[in-house]
Design a protein around this ligand. Sequence first.
Ligand SMILES: *Cc1c(COP(=O)(O)O)cnc(C)c1O
Length: 367
Amino acid sequence: MNIPFVDVGRQYKNIDKEIIRVVKDVFSKGRVLQGEKITTLESELARFHNLSYGVAVNSGTDALIFSLRALDLPPKSRVAVTSLSFVASASAIVNAGFIPVFIDVDEYYLMQEKKVLKLIEKNKIKAIVAVHLYGQMMDLKKIHSAAKKKGIKIIEDNAQSLGATRFGKTAGYYSNCVCLSFDPTKVVNAYGSGGMVLTDNKKISEKIKMLRYHGHVGNRIYKISGYNSQMDEVQAAIILEKLRYVDLWEKRRIEIAKYYSNELRGYLEIPRIKEGNKHIFHKYALRVTGKIRKELMDYLLKNGVQTSIHYSLPLNKQLSLKLFALKKPLPVVEKYTKELFSLPIYPELINREVEYVCRKVKTFFSD
Ligand SMILES: *Cc1c(COP(=O)(O)O)cnc(C)c1O
Protein backbone atom coordinates (compact mmCIF):
# COMPACT_ATOMS: atom_id res chain seq x y z
CA MET A 1 0.00 0.00 0.00
CA ASN A 2 1.07 3.53 -0.68
CA ILE A 3 -1.18 6.15 0.86
CA PRO A 4 0.16 9.69 0.48
CA PHE A 5 -0.98 12.36 2.94
CA VAL A 6 -2.52 14.42 0.15
CA ASP A 7 -2.94 13.39 -3.47
CA VAL A 8 -4.30 16.07 -5.78
CA GLY A 9 -3.54 13.78 -8.73
CA ARG A 10 -6.16 11.23 -7.66
CA GLN A 11 -8.83 13.90 -7.52
CA TYR A 12 -7.85 15.05 -10.99
CA LYS A 13 -8.17 11.58 -12.49
CA ASN A 14 -11.86 11.56 -11.58
CA ILE A 15 -12.65 14.95 -13.07
CA ASP A 16 -10.04 15.44 -15.79
CA LYS A 17 -12.52 15.80 -18.65
CA GLU A 18 -14.43 18.63 -16.99
CA ILE A 19 -11.25 20.39 -15.95
CA ILE A 20 -9.70 20.23 -19.42
CA ARG A 21 -12.94 21.46 -20.94
CA VAL A 22 -13.10 24.60 -18.78
CA VAL A 23 -9.38 25.28 -19.15
CA LYS A 24 -9.72 25.12 -22.94
CA ASP A 25 -12.75 27.35 -22.77
CA VAL A 26 -10.98 30.06 -20.76
CA PHE A 27 -7.80 29.92 -22.80
CA SER A 28 -9.59 30.05 -26.12
CA LYS A 29 -11.68 33.04 -25.05
CA GLY A 30 -8.46 34.74 -24.05
CA ARG A 31 -9.68 36.58 -20.99
CA VAL A 32 -7.34 35.28 -18.29
CA LEU A 33 -7.80 37.86 -15.50
CA GLN A 34 -10.89 39.59 -14.07
CA GLY A 35 -13.29 37.80 -16.37
CA GLU A 36 -16.75 36.34 -15.97
CA LYS A 37 -15.59 33.19 -14.17
CA ILE A 38 -14.19 35.34 -11.39
CA THR A 39 -17.42 37.27 -10.92
CA THR A 40 -19.49 34.08 -11.11
CA LEU A 41 -17.33 32.40 -8.49
CA GLU A 42 -17.55 35.48 -6.27
CA SER A 43 -21.31 35.57 -6.37
CA GLU A 44 -21.70 31.79 -5.97
CA LEU A 45 -19.56 31.68 -2.86
CA ALA A 46 -21.18 34.80 -1.44
CA ARG A 47 -24.58 33.18 -1.93
CA PHE A 48 -23.34 29.94 -0.36
CA HIS A 49 -22.46 31.92 2.78
CA ASN A 50 -25.62 34.00 2.64
CA LEU A 51 -23.57 37.15 2.11
CA SER A 52 -23.77 39.86 -0.55
CA TYR A 53 -20.21 40.29 -1.81
CA GLY A 54 -17.25 38.12 -2.73
CA VAL A 55 -13.82 39.36 -3.77
CA ALA A 56 -11.40 36.86 -5.28
CA VAL A 57 -7.72 37.35 -4.49
CA ASN A 58 -4.52 35.41 -4.99
CA SER A 59 -4.44 33.52 -1.68
CA GLY A 60 -6.13 32.93 1.63
CA THR A 61 -3.28 34.86 3.19
CA ASP A 62 -4.04 37.94 1.09
CA ALA A 63 -7.73 37.53 1.90
CA LEU A 64 -6.84 37.82 5.59
CA ILE A 65 -4.41 40.74 5.14
CA PHE A 66 -6.84 42.70 2.96
CA SER A 67 -9.74 42.05 5.32
CA LEU A 68 -7.73 43.34 8.25
CA ARG A 69 -6.70 46.39 6.26
CA ALA A 70 -10.22 47.09 5.06
CA LEU A 71 -11.71 47.28 8.56
CA ASP A 72 -10.12 50.66 9.32
CA LEU A 73 -8.65 49.58 12.64
CA PRO A 74 -6.48 52.12 14.47
CA PRO A 75 -2.71 51.69 13.89
CA LYS A 76 -1.05 49.11 16.16
CA SER A 77 -4.39 47.55 17.09
CA ARG A 78 -4.26 44.30 18.99
CA VAL A 79 -5.93 41.38 17.30
CA ALA A 80 -6.82 38.13 19.07
CA VAL A 81 -5.91 34.92 17.28
CA THR A 82 -5.57 31.26 18.19
CA SER A 83 -2.12 29.86 18.90
CA LEU A 84 -2.96 26.68 16.96
CA SER A 85 -3.29 27.26 13.23
CA PHE A 86 -1.39 27.65 10.00
CA VAL A 87 1.06 30.52 10.34
CA ALA A 88 -0.91 32.79 7.98
CA SER A 89 -3.71 33.27 10.53
CA ALA A 90 -1.28 35.29 12.62
CA SER A 91 1.30 36.55 10.11
CA ALA A 92 -1.52 38.29 8.24
CA ILE A 93 -2.15 40.37 11.37
CA VAL A 94 1.51 41.42 11.46
CA ASN A 95 1.59 42.13 7.72
CA ALA A 96 -1.49 44.32 8.00
CA GLY A 97 0.36 46.38 10.62
CA PHE A 98 -1.27 45.03 13.76
CA ILE A 99 -0.26 43.05 16.83
CA PRO A 100 -1.39 39.45 17.35
CA VAL A 101 -2.56 38.44 20.82
CA PHE A 102 -2.25 34.67 21.04
CA ILE A 103 -4.99 32.67 22.75
CA ASP A 104 -4.85 29.10 24.03
CA VAL A 105 -7.15 26.39 22.64
CA ASP A 106 -9.93 24.19 23.99
CA GLU A 107 -10.55 20.46 23.65
CA TYR A 108 -11.89 21.01 20.12
CA TYR A 109 -8.60 22.66 19.07
CA LEU A 110 -10.41 25.98 18.75
CA MET A 111 -9.59 29.33 20.37
CA GLN A 112 -10.83 29.47 23.98
CA GLU A 113 -14.05 31.45 23.99
CA LYS A 114 -13.71 32.59 27.61
CA LYS A 115 -10.31 34.14 27.00
CA VAL A 116 -11.61 36.10 24.04
CA LEU A 117 -14.62 37.32 26.00
CA LYS A 118 -12.30 38.50 28.74
CA LEU A 119 -10.14 40.45 26.30
CA ILE A 120 -13.25 42.08 24.86
CA GLU A 121 -14.52 42.97 28.29
CA LYS A 122 -11.19 44.52 29.27
CA ASN A 123 -10.91 46.46 26.00
CA LYS A 124 -7.63 44.75 25.14
CA ILE A 125 -8.36 44.01 21.48
CA LYS A 126 -9.79 45.78 18.46
CA ALA A 127 -10.38 42.73 16.29
CA ILE A 128 -10.51 38.95 16.31
CA VAL A 129 -9.29 36.46 13.71
CA ALA A 130 -11.54 33.48 14.39
CA VAL A 131 -10.06 30.33 12.87
CA HIS A 132 -12.39 27.43 12.10
CA LEU A 133 -9.71 24.78 12.43
CA TYR A 134 -9.53 21.35 10.77
CA GLY A 135 -13.08 21.61 9.41
CA GLN A 136 -15.25 22.70 12.31
CA MET A 137 -16.45 26.12 13.31
CA MET A 138 -15.80 27.85 16.57
CA ASP A 139 -18.70 29.29 18.50
CA LEU A 140 -18.93 33.01 17.75
CA LYS A 141 -22.38 33.80 19.07
CA LYS A 142 -21.42 35.25 22.46
CA ILE A 143 -18.16 36.69 21.16
CA HIS A 144 -20.05 38.47 18.40
CA SER A 145 -22.62 40.04 20.68
CA ALA A 146 -19.94 41.20 23.16
CA ALA A 147 -17.70 42.48 20.35
CA LYS A 148 -20.49 44.32 18.60
CA LYS A 149 -21.21 46.47 21.64
CA LYS A 150 -17.61 47.65 21.64
CA GLY A 151 -17.09 48.04 17.90
CA ILE A 152 -14.65 45.12 17.85
CA LYS A 153 -14.38 43.51 14.41
CA ILE A 154 -14.43 39.80 13.62
CA ILE A 155 -12.76 38.08 10.68
CA GLU A 156 -13.45 34.42 10.15
CA ASP A 157 -10.51 32.42 8.83
CA ASN A 158 -12.52 29.76 7.04
CA ALA A 159 -9.62 28.43 4.95
CA GLN A 160 -10.11 24.93 6.35
CA SER A 161 -13.87 24.81 6.81
CA LEU A 162 -15.68 25.65 3.58
CA GLY A 163 -18.97 23.76 3.86
CA ALA A 164 -18.91 23.41 7.65
CA THR A 165 -21.92 24.66 9.59
CA ARG A 166 -22.78 25.45 13.19
CA PHE A 167 -26.45 24.92 14.07
CA GLY A 168 -27.09 24.93 10.34
CA LYS A 169 -25.37 28.25 9.65
CA THR A 170 -22.23 28.65 7.56
CA ALA A 171 -19.48 31.11 8.43
CA GLY A 172 -20.50 34.71 7.86
CA TYR A 173 -23.32 35.02 10.32
CA TYR A 174 -21.33 36.44 13.24
CA SER A 175 -18.56 38.40 11.57
CA ASN A 176 -17.53 41.26 9.31
CA CYS A 177 -15.62 39.13 6.79
CA VAL A 178 -15.06 35.51 5.90
CA CYS A 179 -11.76 34.44 4.31
CA LEU A 180 -11.36 31.37 2.11
CA SER A 181 -8.35 29.62 0.62
CA PHE A 182 -8.14 27.43 -2.48
CA ASP A 183 -4.63 26.23 -1.80
CA PRO A 184 -4.02 22.77 -3.35
CA THR A 185 -4.34 21.07 0.07
CA LYS A 186 -7.75 22.57 0.86
CA VAL A 187 -11.12 20.87 0.48
CA VAL A 188 -11.95 22.84 -2.66
CA ASN A 189 -8.65 23.49 -4.30
CA ALA A 190 -7.13 25.34 -7.22
CA TYR A 191 -4.23 24.12 -9.33
CA GLY A 192 -2.19 26.88 -7.79
CA SER A 193 -3.01 29.61 -5.33
CA GLY A 194 -6.29 31.40 -4.68
CA GLY A 195 -8.37 33.00 -1.96
CA MET A 196 -11.51 35.03 -1.38
CA VAL A 197 -13.11 37.48 1.03
CA LEU A 198 -16.86 37.38 1.60
CA THR A 199 -18.76 40.16 3.31
CA ASP A 200 -22.12 41.85 3.60
CA ASN A 201 -20.50 45.25 3.72
CA LYS A 202 -20.24 47.03 0.37
CA LYS A 203 -17.56 49.45 1.55
CA ILE A 204 -15.34 46.61 2.77
CA SER A 205 -15.77 44.73 -0.50
CA GLU A 206 -14.85 47.84 -2.49
CA LYS A 207 -11.77 48.51 -0.38
CA ILE A 208 -10.62 44.92 -0.87
CA LYS A 209 -11.19 45.24 -4.61
CA MET A 210 -8.95 48.28 -4.54
CA LEU A 211 -6.29 46.53 -2.48
CA ARG A 212 -6.17 43.55 -4.82
CA TYR A 213 -5.30 45.69 -7.81
CA HIS A 214 -3.26 48.81 -7.05
CA GLY A 215 -6.13 50.84 -5.64
CA HIS A 216 -7.68 50.98 -9.09
CA VAL A 217 -11.14 52.54 -9.21
CA GLY A 218 -11.47 52.67 -13.00
CA ASN A 219 -10.20 54.95 -15.78
CA ARG A 220 -6.60 54.50 -14.65
CA ILE A 221 -7.25 56.25 -11.37
CA TYR A 222 -5.40 54.66 -8.45
CA LYS A 223 -6.93 55.81 -5.20
CA ILE A 224 -4.82 53.94 -2.65
CA SER A 225 -1.52 52.04 -2.83
CA GLY A 226 -2.57 48.47 -3.32
CA TYR A 227 -1.14 45.19 -4.52
CA ASN A 228 -1.42 42.88 -7.47
CA SER A 229 -3.29 39.94 -5.99
CA GLN A 230 -5.63 38.56 -8.60
CA MET A 231 -7.06 35.09 -8.94
CA ASP A 232 -6.50 33.63 -12.39
CA GLU A 233 -9.64 33.30 -14.48
CA VAL A 234 -8.69 29.69 -15.20
CA GLN A 235 -8.47 28.88 -11.49
CA ALA A 236 -11.91 30.41 -10.95
CA ALA A 237 -13.28 28.23 -13.75
CA ILE A 238 -11.72 25.15 -12.17
CA ILE A 239 -12.99 25.99 -8.69
CA LEU A 240 -16.50 26.53 -10.09
CA GLU A 241 -16.36 23.03 -11.59
CA LYS A 242 -15.17 21.55 -8.31
CA LEU A 243 -17.87 23.29 -6.30
CA ARG A 244 -20.34 20.91 -7.92
CA TYR A 245 -18.66 18.10 -6.00
CA VAL A 246 -18.55 19.79 -2.60
CA ASP A 247 -21.46 17.85 -1.10
CA LEU A 248 -20.21 14.53 -2.39
CA TRP A 249 -16.64 15.14 -1.26
CA GLU A 250 -17.78 16.40 2.12
CA LYS A 251 -19.92 13.30 2.68
CA ARG A 252 -17.01 11.03 1.88
CA ARG A 253 -14.66 12.92 4.21
CA ILE A 254 -17.20 12.62 7.03
CA GLU A 255 -17.65 8.92 6.28
CA ILE A 256 -13.90 8.28 6.46
CA ALA A 257 -13.60 10.31 9.67
CA LYS A 258 -16.41 8.27 11.24
CA TYR A 259 -14.65 5.07 10.33
CA TYR A 260 -11.33 6.29 11.73
CA SER A 261 -12.99 7.44 14.95
CA ASN A 262 -14.90 4.20 15.49
CA GLU A 263 -11.84 2.08 14.89
CA LEU A 264 -9.24 4.15 16.71
CA ARG A 265 -11.19 5.20 19.79
CA GLY A 266 -9.37 3.74 22.76
CA TYR A 267 -6.04 3.68 20.95
CA LEU A 268 -5.69 7.38 20.28
CA GLU A 269 -7.32 10.65 21.29
CA ILE A 270 -9.83 11.01 18.46
CA PRO A 271 -11.20 14.40 17.34
CA ARG A 272 -14.19 15.79 19.18
CA ILE A 273 -17.09 17.40 17.40
CA LYS A 274 -18.66 20.33 19.17
CA GLU A 275 -22.40 19.99 19.64
CA GLY A 276 -24.26 21.66 16.78
CA ASN A 277 -21.31 21.42 14.39
CA LYS A 278 -21.04 19.83 11.01
CA HIS A 279 -17.32 19.00 10.92
CA ILE A 280 -16.14 18.56 7.34
CA PHE A 281 -12.74 17.08 8.26
CA HIS A 282 -10.36 19.08 6.18
CA LYS A 283 -7.90 17.44 8.54
CA TYR A 284 -8.26 14.36 10.69
CA ALA A 285 -6.05 15.25 13.64
CA LEU A 286 -5.55 12.96 16.61
CA ARG A 287 -3.34 12.98 19.65
CA VAL A 288 -0.96 10.48 21.09
CA THR A 289 1.34 11.03 24.05
CA GLY A 290 4.67 12.66 23.29
CA LYS A 291 7.31 10.03 22.67
CA ILE A 292 5.08 7.58 20.87
CA ARG A 293 4.08 10.09 18.18
CA LYS A 294 7.32 9.89 16.27
CA GLU A 295 7.49 6.11 16.60
CA LEU A 296 3.93 5.72 15.37
CA MET A 297 4.41 8.11 12.44
CA ASP A 298 7.64 6.32 11.46
CA TYR A 299 5.93 2.93 11.72
CA LEU A 300 3.03 4.07 9.53
CA LEU A 301 5.39 5.56 6.97
CA LYS A 302 7.38 2.33 6.85
CA ASN A 303 4.07 0.64 6.05
CA GLY A 304 3.23 3.07 3.27
CA VAL A 305 0.98 5.46 5.20
CA GLN A 306 2.13 9.06 5.12
CA THR A 307 1.00 11.20 8.05
CA SER A 308 1.66 14.81 9.01
CA ILE A 309 1.58 17.18 11.99
CA HIS A 310 -0.77 20.15 12.31
CA TYR A 311 0.84 21.89 14.03
CA SER A 312 4.17 21.15 15.61
CA LEU A 313 4.68 24.53 17.29
CA PRO A 314 2.34 27.02 18.92
CA LEU A 315 2.25 30.12 16.70
CA ASN A 316 3.59 32.19 19.58
CA LYS A 317 6.78 30.09 19.38
CA GLN A 318 7.38 30.44 15.66
CA LEU A 319 10.54 32.42 14.89
CA SER A 320 8.57 34.98 12.90
CA LEU A 321 6.01 35.57 15.64
CA LYS A 322 7.61 34.90 18.99
CA LEU A 323 8.35 38.56 19.63
CA PHE A 324 4.59 38.97 20.01
CA ALA A 325 4.28 36.17 22.57
CA LEU A 326 2.96 37.15 25.98
CA LYS A 327 4.87 36.12 29.07
CA LYS A 328 2.04 33.97 30.31
CA PRO A 329 2.36 30.42 28.97
CA LEU A 330 -0.38 28.75 26.92
CA PRO A 331 -0.39 25.27 28.48
CA VAL A 332 -2.99 23.51 26.35
CA VAL A 333 -1.53 24.34 22.94
CA GLU A 334 1.91 23.62 24.38
CA LYS A 335 0.81 20.10 25.26
CA TYR A 336 -1.25 19.48 22.11
CA THR A 337 1.48 20.51 19.67
CA LYS A 338 3.65 17.74 21.13
CA GLU A 339 0.90 15.15 20.65
CA LEU A 340 -1.02 16.02 17.49
CA PHE A 341 -0.65 14.20 14.20
CA SER A 342 -2.90 13.87 11.17
CA LEU A 343 -3.99 10.86 9.15
CA PRO A 344 -4.59 11.06 5.39
CA ILE A 345 -8.17 12.09 4.63
CA TYR A 346 -9.49 12.85 1.16
CA PRO A 347 -12.56 11.70 -0.74
CA GLU A 348 -10.56 9.53 -3.13
CA LEU A 349 -9.29 7.19 -0.40
CA ILE A 350 -10.88 3.80 -0.92
CA ASN A 351 -12.30 1.72 1.91
CA ARG A 352 -9.51 -0.80 1.67
CA GLU A 353 -6.99 1.98 2.35
CA VAL A 354 -8.92 3.46 5.25
CA GLU A 355 -9.21 -0.01 6.81
CA TYR A 356 -5.52 -0.61 6.22
CA VAL A 357 -4.57 2.62 8.02
CA CYS A 358 -6.62 1.59 11.05
CA ARG A 359 -5.22 -1.92 11.03
CA LYS A 360 -1.67 -0.61 10.99
CA VAL A 361 -2.33 1.76 13.89
CA LYS A 362 -3.78 -1.12 15.88
CA THR A 363 -0.85 -3.41 15.03
CA PHE A 364 1.53 -0.72 16.22
CA PHE A 365 -0.15 -0.68 19.60
CA SER A 366 -0.51 -4.44 19.96
CA ASP A 367 3.10 -5.28 19.07
C1 LIG B 1 -4.30 27.60 4.23
C2 LIG B 1 -4.62 28.51 5.34
C3 LIG B 1 -4.44 29.90 5.23
C4 LIG B 1 -3.74 30.55 4.09
O1 LIG B 1 -4.28 30.32 2.85
P1 LIG B 1 -3.31 30.36 1.55
O2 LIG B 1 -4.26 30.28 0.42
O3 LIG B 1 -2.38 29.21 1.65
O4 LIG B 1 -2.59 31.67 1.60
C5 LIG B 1 -4.85 30.68 6.29
N1 LIG B 1 -5.39 30.15 7.39
C6 LIG B 1 -5.57 28.82 7.53
C7 LIG B 1 -6.21 28.31 8.78
C8 LIG B 1 -5.17 27.96 6.52
O5 LIG B 1 -5.33 26.64 6.69
